[in-house]
Each structure stands twice: as structure tokens, then as C-alpha cells.
Design a protein around this ligand. Structure first.
Ligand code: UDX
Length: 473
């Protein structure tokens, strides 16, 4: 069954959702107040790098089932409206800025009377603090036939299309699961997602607040898991253990699980950092700051990893003033051009602040890097050219082309073969064998390999703390 629907706010989440809904066979209109973005999408030009998105966007546009507008009046007759607006960190603090969401709901409310009371569903997808849905529902309460449902989105960048069309679960938050109007809202969303539900995706109906909390607690859990292993990495650095050994072994316990246990320079992106802060702010607003106080630690551990890379650079180079450092990677993770709160760019900025001449390379994210850092660092798309002349190379985003670098070839390009592997993706022995001095996060410096027991003894001793700078951050 085809539903006429809108997606309001076609940023990352909304644009993917709109194209994915057209892919499911619905008639979709995407709205954004950003005319440039709307024009680009209407022309089939993706405003971000996301595997598979360009194809479903093109298919939707060509079929006539997908179009974009800046005009709310064009939404008046749609049966279902998805809210895909961003909830950025508030400038005045660490809570979520809900103003985009609120203005969108108010603008939508103006055109909804055109439905003449026919059942209309508004489905929120944005990540919001608990209590938001109920407040937004109040803003729509004067309209007959309009139901608000909260349907959080769990997509990962780089897998956004797949995660939207084949989700692990669907979560529906309603004002009261027993209520008839809520049942009608659930049925309307079921009709939209019929093809996803056919594939047996679990679908859970719960109250608004639970649905809102599912999303923020899932992200907080993931961030906590990463910071947990990064805290263990700090222990590994002072005891001489290798965090990849610890991570592999504990991940084999089904109760723990191997995912999100990769130690390194930590998490970034448009979601995890802001979501854990907004979650804490929400706990404070509800009068239980202690409930989520540990998330402050999660954030602090994450920050210490970035500082640790700068300390390691100091250990390898001494004074950083005027030294040539090449940073491999700018995106917050591979398969993305997103540089929001990217650990790589934060570290690049810190190295620059310490006086280093920094060159950043990345296969997708250089344009966003230029927007974010301006002239602060040198940008170079070509990996070989970026490596040329480097006195230190720092791998901070684990793109395949950096994982697969040939250490002997790379050694011939750089001025000095020194490497910090901020993602634990290089084989230290192999790199050391090719003449590199290599340091990783959460792993003692590669011993001078087994053939050199003297060096091994030295590094086992040298590992703990690695001097005052090693304790830094
Ligand atoms: C995240 C959630 O995974 C997703 O469900 C939610 O909808 C949005 O936020 P995303 O921001 O796309 O998705 O990135 P994710 O793949 O979760 O990675 C987040 C960060 O954690 C990246 O910087 C990544 O490099 C880092 N990370 C991830 C680690 O440092 N170690 C790990 O083991 C896993």
C-alpha cells in the first residue's frame, strides 16, 4: 500500500529516510528550510558521502515518488509526516537544542487543518530528551485526527541505507499504548513499514518516554563501552599489557560481546558525544544529576585519548614546534565524510597548537575539513604526497587505504619513519620490521621483536607511564 508522506528536515537522517521510504514504494516529499540543500537533493546530488544513498536518491527522483521542497503548504495533504530535524548541542550549555523541532511542528500545525480531521500521523525520528514528545504532542493537541508517535532512528553513518531498510528493531513510542488513538497511530506506521515488518524486524510499542530513552541510552551505552576499553587501554599503557589482547578475550564472553570494544583515539561524530552530554543535562533537569554522573567520566576518558596522542607525539619528537606531522584521516570514522567532533581533527588542531606543521589527508572528508579548520592545516588528498617529508605520521581514521599501507614503501616517502597508530590497525611488528618507530594507544611500544631480547626488556620497562608526558591529559 502506498502512503503519501513527508520528511521534515532532510539532513543526514531525514534525507536517507526520505529516499528509503520512496524505495519502499511510498510517495515522499522531503522538506527543508535550507534551499540549497533542497536544490541539491532535487538534482540528485547527495550533500554527504553515504554508500548506496546516491542510488536510492536517483531511483526515487526518476520514479517520481520522491521530491523535495522548502514550502510547508506542499505537505498539507500527506497522511504521515516524519520529523528528521537535528537536535544539536545547545550553545549555552550541554543540553539539546530543540528549537528546530519545535518550529517545524508549529509550521506543520499551520497546514494540517487542510486534512479536515482525517487521520494524520506525525512520527518523530530525531534524538530527543525524555519528555520532548509529550510536549510536542501538546502543540498539536488542538488539531483533530492528528497523532504523534516517537519512532527513534538508530542508523549508523556509513550504513545508513541498510540500517533504515533493514533495522535491528523498530521502536514506537505513544502517549498511552492502550489508547485507541495510539493504536490507530501504530497501525498507520505499520502500513508505512509493512515491507520492513515482513522481514520480521521486531517492533516494540511503548510509552513516549521509554522510546526517547531507548535511543539516548543505546548511544550512551555504546559510548560507555568505547570509553571502558579506552580506560583499560590506559591501564595497559602503565602495566605493559596489550589492549587488543584484553579486548579480544573479554569480547568472547557473549554477555560482553566483541563490538564497540576497539580501543583507540575514541568516539566522535554528530551523535555519541552530543547525546551523552544531552542525556546528562536531561538527568540534571529531572533533578537526578547523580544518575548519569558517570557519563562525565565517559567523556573525560574520551578526551584523554586525544590528549594522549599529542603526548606520544611529544615523546617521539620532543618539541613539536615547526615539526612536520602528517595525520592520516579526518572523518570521525571510515566510510564517512563527516568531521563533526572528529577525534582526528581535534588531535590535528592540538598538534598545530603545539607548533607542529600539520598535513591532513583523507579520501572523503577534506572539503568538510577545510570548512572546519580553514587554513590551520595543509590538506592533501593524495596519501603519498601527504606522507612526503613527514617527521611523524599519525593514523587517526582507519580507512582501508591506511590499514593497507606498505610500511617499506611508506618509509621511503617520509622524512623519518615514526608512526602513531591511533586506531590499533597496524601490525607493530611488521612496521617495526620495516624500520619504523611505532607507538599505539593501549599497547606497549613494539618490543624490538623476539630476535632482540635486550630491546624487549628495555621496552617492557619503558612502557609504564612513558615518562611524565605519558601521564598527561
Ligand atoms: C552512532 C550509533 O552507532 C547509531 O546507532 C546512532 O543512530 C548514531 O550514533 P555513528 O555516529 O554513525 O552511529 O557512528 P558509530 O559507528 O557508532 O561510531 C561512533 C564513534 O565511535 C566513531 O568515532 C568510531 O570511530 C568510534 N568507535 C566505534 C570506537 O572508537 N571504537 C569502537 O569499538 C567503535
Amino acid at each position: 500500500m502506498t502512503t503519501t508522506l513527508s520528511v521534515i528536515g532532510v539532513g543526514y537522517l531525514g534525507a536517507v529516510h526520505a529516499a528509503a521510504m520512496a524505495e519502499l514504494g511510498h510517495d515522499v516529499i522531503g522538506l527543508d528550510i535550507d534551499a540549497e540543500r533542497v536544490a541539491a537533493l532535487q538534482a540528485g546530488v547527495p550533500p554527504f558521502h553515504e554508500p548506496g544513498f546516491e542510488q536510492i536518491l536517483a531511483r526515487g527522483l526518476a520514479s517520481g515518488r520522491l521530491r523535495f521542497t522548502t514550502d510547508y503548504a506542499e505537505l498539507a495533504h500527506a497522511e504521515v509526516h516524519f520529523l528528521g530535524l537535528g537536535t544539536p548541542q545547545r550553545e549555552d550549555g550541554f543540553g539539546a537544542d530543540l528549537s528546530h523541532l519545535e518550529s517545524a511542528v508549529d509550521a506543520l500545525a499551520e497546514v494540517l487543518p487542510a486534512r479536515g480531521g482525517a487521520p494524520t500521523l506525525v512520527a518523530g525520528k530525531s534524538t530527543v530528551p525524555a519528555g520532548t514528545a509529550r510536549r510536542l504532542a501538546d502543540r498539536l493537541a488542538h488539531l483533530d485526527g492528528v497523532h504523534l508517535l516517537w519512532n527513534p532512528e538508530f542508523l549508523r553513518e556509513g550504513f545508513a541505507v541498510q540500517d533504515t531498510l533493514d533495522p535491528d528493531r523498530l521502536v514506537y513510542g505513544v502517549h498511552d499504548p492502550e489508547d485507541t488513538a495510539a493504536r490507530q497511530a501504530v497501525a498507520m506506521l505499520d502500513a508505512v513499514y509493512a515491507r520492513i515488518l515482513e522481514r520480521e524486524a521486531p517492533r516494540l510499542v511503548m510509552g513516549y518516554e521509554a522510546a526517547e530513552l531507548v535511543k539516548v541510552s543505546a548511544n550512551a551505552f555504546l559510548a560507555t563501552k568505547i570509553s571502558f576499553i579506552n580506560a583499560v587501554a590506559e591501564m595497559c599503557e602503565v602495566t605493559g599489557a596489550d589492549v587488543t589482547d584484553v579486548s579480544r578475550a573479554i569480547g568472547m564472553d557473549d554477555r560482553i560481546g566483541a563490538k564497540f570494544l576497539r580501543a583507540g583515539v575514541g568516539f566522535g561524530g554528530g551523535c555519541l558525544p552530543k547525546d551523552i552530554r544531552a542525556f546528562r543535562a536531561s538527568a540534571e533537569e529531572h533533578g537526578v544529576p547523580e544518575a548519569l554522573g558517570f557519563l562525565r567520566e565517559v567523556d573525560a576518558i574520551n578526551d584523554r585519548r586525544r590528549a594522549r596522542v599529542v603526548d606520544l607525539a611529544g615523546e617521539l619528537l620532543g618539541d613539536l614546534e615547526g615539526r612536520r606531522i602528517t595525520v592520516l584521516g579526518a572523518a570521525f570514522k571510515p566510510h564517512s565524510d563527516d568531521t563533526r567532533d572528529s577525534p582526528a581533527l581535534d588531535v590535528a588542531t592540538r598538534l598545530r597548537a603545539a607548533g607542529a606543521e600539520v598535513t591532513v589527508t583523507d579520501p572523503q572528508a577534506l572539503e568538510n575539513t577545510r570548512r572546519r579548520l580553514g587554513e590551520l592545516v595543509t590538506l592533501e588528498r593524495d596519501t603519498d604526497r601527504a606522507l612526503a617529508g613527514a617527521e611523524l605520521t599519525v593514523l587517526l581514521t582507519e580507512w582501508d587505504e591506511y590499514r593497507d599501507l606498505d610500511p617499506a614503501r611508506a618509509a621511503a616517502l617520509v622524512a623519518a619513519p615514526r608512526m602513531i597508530d591511533g586506531r590499533n590497525v597496524l601490525d607493530p611488528r611488521q612496521w617495526q620490521g620495516a624500520g619504523w618507530e611505532i607507538r599505539s594507544l593501549g599497547r606497549a611500544p613494539a618490543p624490538g621483536a623476539q630476535e632482540n631480547p635486550a630491546a624487549q626488556g628495555e621496552s617492557a620497562q619503558g612502557a609504564p607511564g612513558q615518562g611524565a608526558a605519558g601521564q598527561g591529559a
